[in-house]
Design a binder for this molecule. Structure first.
Ligand code: ZN
Length: 408
């Protein structure tokens, strides 16, 4: 019986070093045109009789080697349900053992969200009422940059009540979105997966979209009465298909391209940037995963020019409210707060906050599990990502209606 390893599929990434009867030695491939590596996704077959030990030899050379501490590999037999297999990082390699008796298993850094599923999500979303698909442009590999424009529906979502009647700009304690960018309707932007090896971002986007498009959901309908929502569920389809961690087909880290995006290097950012300028932005979310920290947290834009106490209060109120809505989100752990004036303008959230003067937030989700609310059999999982996405509908609605919890 020979063990086989395959990764020549949508999102696959692994290189085979050696295959013995009971041990397979592997390395993760770098993103094309850059030094980043961490994402892996592959299939193993032929271990029915003996089982085997799998070893990733270059775990210590990956971009975020601390990510392997307290990490368990995502595993699936049917590619639908993903669970975790206990894994060991010894400071050099990452390894785990497969028991005999299984025909084939898929392993990945996190439950994959392949490009095929992205296409399914877009197709399902655009047949829903009030949703249109904007192809903002093309990637370097020639794929569409998909933006879903979610609007109010006349006589359905609107129910004869115009946006004006709900244009509530109350003066509650430091919360909400202060003024609309265009007309009476607010413009909400959500972009996910600038980093393709962070599929939790698109699982989140799936949960966010499913709830937002649910016509039986009163909060979603109310939100859509107030705002247009622009969703880019996958900013980096080329990197997704190629099995990259951080970059697009040309080796660009898209979340470092917002100061000066170019068609040649970062068309994904160039086109979204331009569309944002057309619509304006009143609130923005940029969705990511963090390799090291076992927490869900929001990184704000405290280092942008013009940051003040009022903006700080908005950010704190949003985070507090979200933590109250969904205990998988917390406000204690995260990145260090940026010093005044230190913001890097090439990050999406900093660019948006500085350009539009609005609340712009980067959500980071774990690859591991949440330390405060663990579920070891699955770790941080697609289902939990989707539920967090759903909770954001509540939080954004409360922000729009100036009803976030006051800062403590
Ligand atoms: Zn990221």
């Amino acid at each position: 019986m020979t063990i086989g390893i395959d990764s020549a599929f949508d999102g696959g990434n692994i290189l085979v070093r050696s295959i013995d009867a009971d041990e397979v030695r592997l390395t993760i491939r770098r993103d094309r045109g850059s030094q980043f590596l961490q994402w892996f996704y592959f299939r193993v077959d032929g271990m029915r009789e003996c089982g085997c030990r799998l070893v990733i030899e270059n775990a210590a050379e990956t971009t975020y080697s601390r990510g392997w501490e307290s990490y368990d590999v995502a595993t699936s037999a049917d590619r639908s349900r993903w669970y975790r297999t206990p894994s060991v990082y010894d400071g050099k390699t990452l390894s785990w053992t497969v028991r005999p008796g299984i025909e084939a298993l898929w392993f990945a850094y996190f439950a994959p969200y392949p490009l095929a599923r992205h296409n399914d999500l877009v197709a399902r979303s655009v047949v829903a009422p009030g949703v249109s698909l904007k192809r903002l442009g093309s990637t370097l590999d020639g794929r569409p940059i998909d933006c879903l424009h979610v609007r109010e529906i006349d006589g359905e979502i609107g129910s004869g009540r115009g946006a004006e009647g709900h244009h509530d700009t109350g003066t509650g304690a430091g919360s909400g979105v202060r003024e609309a960018a265009g007309g009476g309707r607010r413009q909400i932007w959500v972009i996910a997966r600038q980093h393709p090896g962070e599929p939790m971002a698109e699982w989140w986007a799936e949960g966010w979209l499913e709830r937002l498009l649910d016509l039986d959901d009163a909060t979603s309908r109310a939100l859509r009465r107030l705002a247009d929502v622009h969703v880019v569920p996958n900013m980096n389809p080329d990197g997704t298909f190629r099995g990259h961690l951080r970059t697009n087909a040309g080796g660009a880290n898209l979340n470092r391209e917002w100061a000066e995006p170019s068609l040649e290097r970062s068309p994904e950012v160039f086109h979204v940037h331009r569309r944002m300028a057309e619509t304006g932005v009143d609130l923005a979310l940029d969705i990511h995963g963090d390799e090291a920290l076992p927490y869900n947290f929001i990184a704000g834009t405290e280092g942008v020019p013009g940051w003040d106490d009022a903006r700080d209060a908005e950010l704190v109120a949003f985070k507090r409210t979200l933590a109250a809505l969904n205990p998988d989100f917390q406000t204690e752990h995260g990145y260090p707060r940026a010093k005044p004036g230190s913001a890097n303008p090439s990050y999406a959230s900093n660019h948006v906050a500085a350009t539009y003067g609005c609340l712009a937030m980067t959500l980071e989700m774990p690859f591991k599990d949440t330390a405060d609310t663990p579920r070891p059999t699955v770790g941080w999982s697609p289902e939990r990502c989707k539920r967090l996405g759903r909770s954001f509908v509540d939080a954004v609605y409360l922000a729009l209606t100036d009803r976030l919890l006051p800062p403590a």
